[in-house]
Ligand binder design. Structure first.
Ligand code: SF4
Length: 152
């Protein structure tokens, strides 16, 4: 399962397949990581520095974090994609086709000027979590998306 938690400062990614429940996150920042709640991650409940520190201490790599750099990522259901904007300028997208077997992610692209900021990962996670919430398979034919889905 892939989940993306965002606020104005940061994006936190959680890949449940990697999590071995060491609970470092829960003990390090119980305000933001609380397994008695749904969703169990609420990054607005603690200062960014504390959330960042707890994520950094995750021993499995299940949790990762990036700054948002004022880039907004959203899921655009009508156009089968997620999309990234810097103010009103589109700077990236992740596209999928709806197939009988599931959603095929075939393209992920970010303006090279914005590379190294975790935007492609946010785009792919945005599509992955929507597919998973609908209990649909994901077929990643885009090489970047495949790396995220398959490269455990
Ligand atoms: S610290 Fe990482 S491995 Fe441990 S429970 Fe949290 S997400 Fe899972």
């Amino acid at each position: 399962m892939h989940r993306l938690y965002e606020n104005n400062d940061i994006s936190v990614f959680w890949d449940s397949d990697k999590c071995f429940h060491a609970k470092k996150c829960v003990t390090g920042c119980p305000e933001a990581f609380d397994i008695t709640k749904k969703p169990w991650i609420n990054i607005d409940n603690a200062p960014t520095a504390k959330v960042w520190q707890a994520v950094s201490n995750c021993p499995s790599g299940a949790l990762t974090v990036t700054y948002n750099h004022d880039i907004k990522v959203s899921f655009d259901e009508q156009n089968n994609r997620s999309v990234a904007f810097d103010k009103d300028v589109q700077i990236g997208e992740c596209d999928f086709d709806i197939m009988s077997e599931g959603w095929e992610i075939y393209h992920t692209e970010v303006d090279p000027e914005y590379s190294g900021r975790g935007i492609a990962k946010r785009l792919v996670y945005s599509v992955l979590q929507e597919a998973e919430r609908r209990k649909l398979n994901v077929i990643p034919t885009c090489s970047y998306a495949r790396k995220i889905v398959v490269n455990k």
